[in-house]
Design a protein around this ligand. Structure first.
Ligand code: NAP
Ligand code: MG
Length: 488
């Protein structure tokens, strides 16, 4: 495994620097976490969760069904009625702070498990996923007793039971985004993680136990999409919080129309990084690399399109290719790894399908040389040039390390091209001129716009999309609002 890397053209090589796995203690089998207890699935069935870098089995996970979801929703309702909604905000805050602190204490373990189960580089799970997850709990713990100040004269009230469904790209972080504000507002939760990456959410359930959280406040039911659908369709659910694909988001929206369930949907994206000729180009290239190759491109807000002003196209392309040649694709547990394993065989198939499609559409492909390991799911960082706005690789979300590059001449052309996809989640602008930043960002139809940086996240800042990227915001005060109703 440690040999598995491509950076053949770099002049130097780094010795492997593997993160130890000796401090983690995974159970062989994980049951469902319902009503504060670990409960066997009523079907008696379990499924395997594997390490996508080695294809080896990590653990067995309980496969929930309709009956288990019903039990979990009832446990959450009971906890809501008898305990959680009756506690003062100050008391709720204490529990949430405790969860945040235990995440910090168990950070190393959580980071390694996230990397083993999902395939993302340890550098990312250690420096981004886990600290940000703890920060979300810290941030929302602080709001729990200040809701009246957050929404003055509006008399905020909790909603009841929240059904939450998370994707595989940031498993623990997405669970934190959803659980922390829900609990701070006085709601209880039934959460379903993605089938391929349930482990850190199950460890979070252990952490809830460890923090002494009252039974039933957080329930975790594992399984595939059908378990998510059972949550969505259950009568006892007051609010759905979903992060995942636009396709499933549409199914959910249809399913809850005509009910009084509230919903926030965080869906796909096809972000444009716009580089103007006056931008600090080395910094921009680093931002582009981070924007699309970070977490193998398994990021809804990934900068998967690059728009470069024509006058600097050649130099940006050369710098990008040079930088791509030094990227290390390999063992996610190695601290030097830039690009880890693709999360699953089916996601790798999807990415490869788009790479083939890009070639068929007539685009020119560039990938660094080097061989990928046979075992595990790997993809080289990939560039497409010579693409047209209507190409599917420009319009559709690939969710992999694949970048499509276009050029522009004027600001207007850049804005038109950037806005010309069905999505509207994020975008990036690179220029030395502050006035240009304000001009461009105010015209981009994207929920998150970064200027001279990319993929920066903070619990205080709202996150969410326009158009087919969904609706509602997570993070910041907006994230609280989604878990409350108001008299005024
Ligand atoms: P997905 O199929 O939408 O899955 C997201 C979550 O919803 C998972 O927990 C999934 O369960 C569950 N689910 C599937 N079908 C459901 C249904 N009918 N009702 C309720 N829940 C359901 O997305 P994915 O498979 O994780 O990734 C596929 C695509 O989604 C990606 O290629 C990308 O386009 C997009 N995506 C977007 C984001 C984002 O943050 N915006 C994140 C991840 C993925 P199982 O996975 O266990 O089946
Ligand atoms: Mg896995």
């Amino acid at each position: 495994m440690s040999e598995n890397k491509i950076n053949l053209k770099s002049n130097w090589d780094l010795a492997p620097s593997l993160e130890s796995t000796s401090h983690i203690n995974l159970k062989k089998k994980y049951d469902l976490f319902i009503g504060g207890k670990w409960v066997k699935p009523s079907s008696g069935k379990y499924f395997d969760t594997n390490n996508p870098a080695t294809e080896e089995k990590l653990a067995s996970i309980a496969n929930a069904n309709k009956k288990d979801v019903d039990m979990a929703v009832k446990a959450a309702r009971k906890a809501y009625d008898t305990t959680w909604s009756k506690l003062s905000g100050k008391e709720r805050g204490k529990y949430i702070f405790r969860i945040a602190r235990i995440i910090q204490e168990r950070a190393k373990e959580l980071a390694v498990v996230e990397t083993l189960d999902g395939g993302k580089p340890i550098r990312e799970s250690r420096d981004i996923d886990i600290p940000l997850a703890a920060n979300h709990f810290f941030y929302y713990a602080g709001w729990a007793d200040k809701l009246e100040y957050a929404f003055p004269n509006r008399n905020p009230k909790s909603l009841g039971v929240a059904g939450q469904i998370t994707p595989w790209n940031f498993p623990l972080l997405m669970a934190a985004w959803k659980i922390a504000p829900a609990l701070a507002c006085g709601n209880t939760v039934v959460l379903k993680p993605a089938e391929t990456t349930s482990l850190t959410t199950l460890l979070l359930a252990e952490i809830c136990e460890q923090a002494g959280l009252p039974a039933g406040v957080v329930n975790v039911v594992t399984g595939a999409g059908d378990v998510g659908a059972e949550i969505v369709n259950h009568d006892g659910i007051d609010k759905i919080a979903f992060t995942g694909s636009t396709g499933v988001g549409k199914i959910i929206q249809k399913a809850i129309s005509g009910t009084d369930k509230k919903a926030t949907l965080e869906l796909g994206g096809k972000a444009a990084n716009i580089v103007f000729e006056d931008a600090p180009l080395d910094q921009a290239v680093e931002g582009i690399i981070n924007g699309i190759f970070f977490n193998q491109g398994h990021v809804c807000c990934a900068g998967s399109r690059l728009l470069v002003q024509e006058s600097v196209y050649d130099v940006v392309l050369r710098k990008l290719k040079d930088r791509m040649e030094s990227l290390i694709v390999g063992n996610p547990l190695d601290k030097n790894t830039d690009i880890g394993a693709i999360n699953s065989k089916s996601q790798l198939d999807t990415i490869n399908h788009y790479i083939k499609l890009g070639k068929e559409e007539g685009a020119e492909i560039y990938q660094p040389e080097g061989k990928l390991e046979k075992k595990g799911y790997w993809c080289k960082p990939t560039l497409f040039t010579g693409v047209a706005q209507s190409n599917r690789i420009v319009q559709e979300e690939i969710f992999g390390p694949v970048l499509a590059i276009q050029t522009f001449r004027t600001i207007e052309e850049a804005i038109t091209k950037a806005n010309n996809t069905p999505y509207g989640l994020s975008a990036g602008v690179w220029t030395d001129k502050g006035s240009k930043i304000f001009n461009v960002t105010s015209q981009l139809r994207a929920g998150i716009v970064w200027a001279n940086t990319f993929n920066k996240f903070d619990p205080t800042s709202p996150f969410g999309g326009y158009k087919e990227s969904g609706f509602g915001r997570e993070g910041g005060l907006h994230g609280l609002e989604a878990y409350l109703e108001f008299e005024n």
